[in-house]
Design a binder for this molecule. Sequence first.
Ligand code: ATP
Ligand code: MG
Length: 150
Amino acid sequence: EEVNMEQFLHRIINKFGGIAKENGVELKGNFEVHDIVVKLDPDRIEQVLTNLIDNAIRYTPENGHVIITLTKTVNGVNISVQDNGAGIPAEDLPFVFERFYKADKARTRGRAGTGLGLAIAKNIIDAHNGQISVQSKLGNGTTFSFNLPQ
Ligand code: ATP
Ligand code: MG
């Protein structure tokens, strides 16, 4: 399905507006390109973004922020979800996309998940011929980023 990425991301950001507000986290979009259309499975990519945003809000303390950035790449788009929350220990980073991986429970605010969200996200991005990666610094925040070919 051909999807207008800006409209698509706006809708997902609006969906999470209430949850972000309840947690005292500012959620915002940063669109560096407009009117870009990508062929993708909207339900599956929404599932990826839902997990990344849910994680970002869950691991970001009050007064923090979560920023969704859309940029153009040579052959498609890149979407990143950046937070300024708890971060992930360097030694754990290689394992975050593995099934059932969960970092230190003490850092989790509210409900603890099953540890499947990122493994599912990686499967979905792989199926779209994209790549997903993570950058994080403990105590400073985390950025998950994925690209999709057009
Ligand atoms: P599920 O998504 O299945 O409900 P989950 O959120 O625990 O459970 P994942 O989404 O796969 O599982 O995330 C795995 C682990 O990676 C999390 O439990 C957490 O320890 C860590 N993590 C993920 N995103 C972040 C983030 N933005 N900041 C800090 N830690 C994170
Ligand atoms: Mg999750």
